[in-house]
Design a protein around this ligand. Sequence first.
Ligand SMILES: Nc1ncnc2c1ncn2[C@@H]1O[C@H](COP(=O)(O)OP(=O)(O)OP(=O)(O)O)[C@@H](O)[C@H]1O
Length: 265
Amino acid sequence: MDQTHIDIRGVNKVFATSGREVVALKDINLQIPQGQFVCLLGPSGCGKSTLLNAVAGFALPSSGTITADGQRVTAPGPDRGMVFQEYALFPWMTVEKNVAFGLEIKGQSKAQIDATVEKLLAMLSLTDFRHRYPKDLSGGMRQRVAIARVLALDSPIMLMDEPFGALDALTRRNLQDELLRIWAELKKTIIFVTHSIEEAIYLADRIVVMTYRPGTIKRDMMVDLPRLRDPAAAEFNALKRELGMLVMEEQQRHHNDEMRMAAVD
Ligand SMILES: Nc1ncnc2c1ncn2[C@@H]1O[C@H](COP(=O)(O)OP(=O)(O)OP(=O)(O)O)[C@@H](O)[C@H]1O
């Protein structure tokens, strides 16, 4: 677990909108070892998605560098799979076709594709739903399909942008547990964006708290509670309080900024 897998150095990102500059990321430095589960935590607008999109190669930094496995990130690549909050599925394809899609693009043989799809459907408890279309699935099921699609590509890095944000509490916990199981089995490096403190503590090896405008790293901490973690445990709650204070300060800054902007309008 000590080889650097994702290396973020001196990353800045500035957006220019209607004559105003927003510094979304400022001097971000983060070295993520192979197999680490990292949560980016912070209130809305602190640059979590911007940082994730930069690692994905969707929107490159204004300055600074990002490398994944020693290769400079300049575009999206098959080594970095992305799971979004809204389920990025093809509505005209069944569950199994959605999972198989990336493998077909890769030009794998039918036998190979069938074997991988079978394994992933079983892993994500989707076997009985294989012939359904996304519109006939619950939100949790759709997100399982989205995760299976990314796993099908066998990317060593998984980037997840609030993937469980739209789910009810019980479904969310189920999927968190499944993700932890899959992560332990497949040893992926994960960067997971959330604004839920509890979700971050439940999942992460390491929590990176970000500040609101400019987006900087406010705290970078390891979580060494044993898994599966108990949200009712005293240590869990102590950490929740500590992180709560850090996030609240940024939320307050966000709120003040919004009030100032409303006054200008
Ligand atoms: N394409 C864009 N053009 C202009 N400003 C942007 C753009 N994308 C993001 N921003 C600004 O950059 C800052 C960081 O946004 P970002 O979406 O990364 O935050 P976030 O922490 O992921 O928030 P959320 O949880 O709401 O998605 C915000 O102030 C946002 O308004």
